[in-house]
Design a protein around this ligand. Structure first.
Ligand SMILES: Cc1cc2nc3c(=O)[nH]c(=O)nc-3n(C[C@H](O)[C@H](O)[C@H](O)COP(=O)(O)O)c2cc1C
Length: 426
């Protein structure tokens, strides 16, 4: 049985309370970290190989080390709990079932890069996670774990829950900062990077919930232990969230680099109704799709990059033979068209245009040249916008066309969907 780290307490009765968290060793890592020098904490996290679990996989300790030591403005931690990427549903488990792990991880992180304030930016629809976080913060505050002079160490730490209003773009780190400041969530140009100029103009670290929840475990059990859980440069375990046409969808905590085939067939019980596998989106809707022949890939950042896709948020969407690939990408295109913030012309104009073309192909009204037109719109979006939302649409569109072009061509030539009309399984 693979070692459970983040999900080890998910089945504990009353796992969200301070009493059970402390009974399981909670907040001992904070105590230990506060007895170390901040630079030592950063070094341990660097050596652990912890990479950001929000999508890009940037090394966490390295990000913290970019924050200038001296600053005339306060420094901030923004915990990214927006969880907006379609297919992703892992952070909510941590917030609902182990909120103190996030608070402890955030306190240690703030101590490491010299901040005294953390905001947790939670998507607005997450009512229960918001409630659990507020309850956990109130308990931690009362116990002297949050507030002035934490554990009588001289370190002050405040943390606030900031509910968002349900926009995908607010998960992008600079849009999150704008929204956290009370502005409309629109991405900022980089540089300057948030580590230098971020929230309220102060140096800011933005980290995903899952990333931060690992931090107490790394401090307690050591960098070597964490690094050894996964392959080189991909330390730790990962909460893989599997949805779609598998027999047992859900959250599976497994070592980084677990083969995709093993996740689908061993852990998730295979394809529902024992149908044939057609395609898999490996890391949330913006990551390029894989065919059934590509599932022997190891699910870590580097192995997926090698085959032209991404680990992203680790949200695995499984599609069986009954899936129309044109319909699937049309639905995703609709999402991105709706969520474009409108700031950059290539994204604001290009993404809804992509959706319009996909929709007509799916409806049997596709035109000769539509596939080339789609690819040329993708070319004009990719790399030409302030943030990667446009790319997050263009990359999967390109991937679906690359891997399943005969299906697109058949729709256009025959003027109908070869799979037949969509039948709701529910
Ligand atoms: C359009 C868009 C949406 C994003 N949504 C999320 C999100 O919901 N949650 C998240 O953690 N990161 C999201 N990200 C990634 C963040 O910008 C950022 O890389 C991440 O929060 C950094 O944390 P990490 O280093 O711990 O992964 C998004 C990025 C983009 C471009």
């Amino acid at each position: 049985m693979a070692e459970k780290v983040l999900s080890a307490r998910f089945e504990t009765a009353d796992s969200m309370s301070l009493a059970t968290y402390q009974a399981d060793g909670g907040y001992t890592a904070l105590k230990k970290a506060l007895e170390m020098k901040p630079e030592e904490v950063i070094e341990v996290v660097k050596a652990s190989g912890l990479r950001g679990r929000g999508g890009a996989g940037f090394p966490a300790g390295l990000k913290w080390s970019f924050v200038p030591k001296e600053s005339d403005k306060p420094k901030y931690l923004c915990v990214n709990a927006d969880e907006g990427e379609p297919g992703t549903f892992k952070d909510r488990y941590i917030m609902e079932l182990d909120p103190h792990a996030i608070i402890e991880g955030s306190a240690i992180t703030c101590y490491a890069f010299g901040s005294n304030v953390a905001y947790i930016y939670v998507r607005g629809e997450f009512k229960l996670p918001i409630k659990r976080l507020e309850q956990a913060l109130a308990e931690a505050r009362q116990a002297g774990l949050v507030g002035k002079n934490v554990l009588e160490s001289g370190f002050d730490f405040e943390m606030w829950v900031h509910p968002g209003a349900g926009a995908y773009i607010c998960g992008e780190e600079t849009a999150l900062i704008e929204s956290n400041e009370g502005h409309r969530g629109m991405p900022r140009l980089k540089p300057p990077f948030p580590a230098v100029v971020g929230l309220f103009g102060g140096p800011t670290v933005v980290n995903n919930v899952e990333t931060l929840a690992f931090v107490p475990h790394i401090i307690n059990k050591g960098a070597e232990w964490f690094a050894g859980l996964g392959p080189e440069k991909n330390g730790g375990t990962k909460l893989y969230g599997v949805s779609g046409h598998v027999k047992k969808p859900g959250i599976y905590e497994l070592p980084m680099g677990t083969p995709l085939r093993e996740i689908i067939y061993d852990h998730c019980g295979g394809i529902r109704n024992d149908r044939e596998l057609k395609a898999v989106i490996p890391g949330g809707s913006s990551t390029p799709v894989l065919t059934a022949d590509e599932i022997d890939v190891n699910m870590d950042f580097d192995s997926l990059a090698k085959i032209g896709s991404m680990l992203g948020s680790g949200a695995i969407i499984v599609m069986d033979q009954t899936t129309c690939m044109v319909r699937a990408i049309t639905r995703l295109g609709k999402f991105y068209a709706h969520e474009s913030c409108g700031q950059c012309t290539p994204c604001r104009e290009g993404v809804p245009w992509i959706h319009k073309i996909l929709e007509r192909i799916e409806n049997g009204q596709g035109r000769v040249g539509d596939i080339d037109l789609l690819l040329s719109i993708c070319d004009n979006i990719q790399g030409n916008t302030i943030c990667p939302l446009g790319d997050a649409c263009a990359m999967p569109v390109r991937g679906f066309i690359d891997k399943f072009s005969p299906e697109f061509e058949e729709h256009i030539e025959k003027g109908k969907c070869p799979i037949g009309p969509f039948v709701k399984p529910w």
